[in-house]
Design a protein around this ligand. Structure first.
Ligand code: ADP
Ligand code: MG
Length: 314
């Protein structure tokens, strides 16, 4: 078991000099405002969320991950859905140990990584018997430290999250450089996607999101969903929503779940596979540079710096 107290002490130390750590240095622009500049090749970290259950977050995470692998990216998926973990089932991989073992201090993160199809890597979570419901402050810090220790091994990290906008989802969103919202054209999904942006804007100061419209009947319908959401996000939340693309409703997706094989692998020419491939390429080659809100480390170290050590871990 690693020394959680020394990890915490080190993070507390580093928290006092956040500008010198992490992948972003802060420079002052001509207006005198600090603006982060990317200085090292830290991975792009995407948190996949959206509020509502069943909209396709987990399938999107798995298939987008495989598309990134095929584009030559060393890709890691993290199952952030403690309790109802699905990624290992979808990818048909056997998880000997899981993220929960890391969180209770029994394993190191690098030892729980398993390899899925085509070299896609996965940090699985446990299903059914959660030993961790809500992450404690200490667990958040230890996890952050552990992720930091493996980040040089990856170009892209995708984090799948549970339904809702719990504190854990807020943590995962804070840990990512980009928040990907998955929504369907159903009004309930739109309402939940909006609520997710609102909570993350208020709790995490999140100012930009990317939208994937899943299960759309047509690209026109997907674009209408994007336009509605982006205009309310802009008007009422003052946040920016970018369109990443759409994945149509497709029987091959359901079949792929039954076959425990990602649809991009089993049905590479299906409309869903074309959609998700387009999204992966858009993100890698066309999307504007990652929203420079700072790294996970930067966010949490600042938070820790403002806290009394006595309250940590509760
Ligand atoms: N593009 C799609 N076309 C058809 N069915 C889909 C599509 N995306 C998801 N589904 C269905 O929705 C179910 C839930 O997807 P999942 O990724 O587990 O959602 P979430 O993680 O958001 O709860 C899948 O098992 C699948 O049957
Ligand atoms: Mg899921």
């Amino acid at each position: 078991m690693f020394d959680q107290a020394s990890t915490l002490r080190r993070l507390m130390e580093e928290a006092r000099i956040p500008q010198s750590t992490g992948a972003f240095a802060h420079v002052h622009n001509q207006n005198g405002f600090a603006s982060p500049v990317k200085t090292s090749a830290a991975p792009r970290v995407f948190t996949v969320t959206g509020g509502k259950g069943g909209v396709g977050k987990t399938l999107t995470t798995a298939n987008l991950g495989l598309c990134f692998v095929r584009e030559g990216m060393r890709t890691l998926l993290i199952d952030g859905d403690f309790g109802l973990a699905n990624l290992d089932v979808l990818l048909n991989v056997r998880a000997e140990s899981t993220l929960e073992d890391v969180l209770v201090g029994e394993r190191e993160l690098k030892d729980v990584i398993v390899t899925g199809p085509e070299g896609l890597r996965l940090i699985p979570a446990s299903s059914g018997m959660p030993r961790v419901n809500e992450l404690g402050q200490m667990q958040k810090l230890v996890l952050l430290d552990q992720i930091e220790s493996i980040q040089d091994d990856f170009d892209v990290v995708l984090i799948d999250t549970p339904a809702g906008v719990s504190k854990n989802v807020q943590y995962w969103a804070a840990s990512a450089s980009e928040v990907l919202l998955v929504a369907t054209p159903e009004p309930t999904s739109l309402a939940d996607a909006y609520a997710t942006m609102k909570v993350l804007a208020q709790a995490n100061n999140e100012t930009s999101f990317k939208l994937i419209v899943n299960m759309a009947k047509s690209e026109e319908e997907a674009l209408r969903v994007f336009e509605r959401l982006s205009s309310v996000a802009n008007e009422y939340l003052q946040v920016k929503l970018d369109y990443a693309g759409s994945v149509p409703f497709c029987d091959s997706v359901r079949n792929s779940v039954r076959e425990r094989t990602p649809y991009v692998q089993r049905y590479p020419f299906s409309p869903a596979s074309r959609g998700i491939r387009g999204i992966a390429r858009e993100m890698l080659f066309n999307s504007s540079t990652p929203h420079p809100k700072g790294t996970m480390q930067f966010f949490w170290k600042r938070l820790v710096a403002g806290q009394n050590i006595e309250t940590m871990g509760r």
